[in-house]
Design a protein around this ligand. Sequence first.
Ligand code: VG1
Ligand code: CO
Length: 543
Amino acid sequence: MAIHTITTQAFDDQKPGTSGLRKRVTVFQQPHYLENFVQSIFDAVEIPTGASLVVGGDGRFYNVEAIQVILKMAAANGVGRVLVGRGGILSTPAASCVIRKHNTFGGIILSASHNPGGPDGDFGIKFNAANGGPATETVTEAIYARSKKITQYKIVDAPDVALDVVGETELAGMKVEIIDSVTDYVALMETLFDFEAIRQLLASGFRLRFDAMHAVTGPYARAIFVDRLGAAPDAVMNAEPLPDFGGGHPDPNLTYAHDLVEIMFADDAPDFGAASDGDGDRNMILGKQFFVTPSDSLALIAANARLAPGYGQGIAGVARSMPTSAAVDRVAEELDIPCFETPTGWKFFGNLMDAGKVTLCGEESFGTGSDHVREKDGLWAVLFWLNILAIKRQPVETIVKRHWARFGRNVYSRHDYEELPSEAANHLIEHVRGQFASLPGQSLGRYTVKACDDFSYTDPVDGSVSQKQGIRILFEDGSRIVFRLSGTGTAGATLRIYLESFDADISQHDQDAQDALAELIAIAEQISELKQRTGREQPTVIT
Ligand code: VG1
Ligand code: CO
């Protein structure tokens, strides 16, 4: 079979963000754009001849076309074997699971996660290493550096591979194994959770609703909740993965998962509701008329970890991204285990998990997971909650409020301002940074500024340093405001403002977070001159 070496010109915008390269589909459709990035991956990681790889994606528009290109380029670059999810489908945590289980050199995951899909939506691509986790910053920097210099790529001239039938085939001498997308993943979940206890919970009349948002988790959720655990078929809604996610925004939060939110806040709401995102790594947890913040969810899972068989021996440590609330820190303190604070993005947890320093990790952005894989994992979190509920047999709200009564409540919210002009967003950040010297010691309302800084992280395992990972305004009483620009958006800039205060007083625990945080919100707007600089009166999304 002919291997073609194609001459190409470098693009200057192929810098991976928080989680891989994400751009509009139309950007990826430019001639050579995808190919350049794929070749840059192969070159940067020095893919060995005969290596095996995993390839799959969240099923969004352009998924299958991209997979055909990647397979042909893999064959031309000497890859020996590729495992592909049937139909090109693998959720991000399932891809991580398959990489680990089959000991492959790594994998290529096609997803723009929670960003909308379709011909005018977003597409994305990232490389995961042999541990199943997103490439470290050192590797993504190397890929980017390569992409700026690339002059040629290799591809075989061969017919497309049929992706829809499980089994082995071949492409220009390279083995292609089409695998069932859910089998390995479901088998792993069965080793971690008490499926029998959950089955009994569901049989007892407990009502569950899971919203797959027409994204990748539909088939996984059906296999687990309906086929294995005996939930009613309508317990999984929007279960059919669609290339454009049904026109929706597959981001499981109170704004975008509105179908589920309506059901869960109705008078006759089910007992438990959950949703996942485009690629299956995020989760939102809801009780009857009750929202569990992702930061609280992480803390609660940590506090109750021993209830799940896979964690019955206890947990080694926990990690959270810097903007995530300190709720889990309090649990770690009580359990007397280490707690790490990392920059935003799952890639920073990998080294900690590989070194056995942490078992559970989480982010405020609806990401929770453990060392069972090296990605955050939406359905895993849902199963963990169901396992806890199956043992405790209390409503979600009761479990959370008892947790707060014991540990205190970290009141938390994130305000996002999407699609701001980049210049305005950058100036706003600079403006806040410009006050680092003057803010400490100042009293703003009932808060006194203790310190401000740019968060910087030194990886305790490999010593690598990541700077400017968000601006922190820390107050005397432990409250915080964090300003950060998103690294996953594809149009303009997205400003995220993270707000947190702590309340030990149980009589205040029923307060709405926006009310409890009102003064901090006003301070954040004042410090950043938000309204003047952006012209925005309201955040685009509040979580
Ligand atoms: C966002 C979240 C971050 C998450 C990342 C990828 O990044 O804030 O916590 O890890 O998305 O999530 P940013 O840079 O836009 O704030 V997803 O589900 O790719 O997979
Ligand atoms: Co995601």
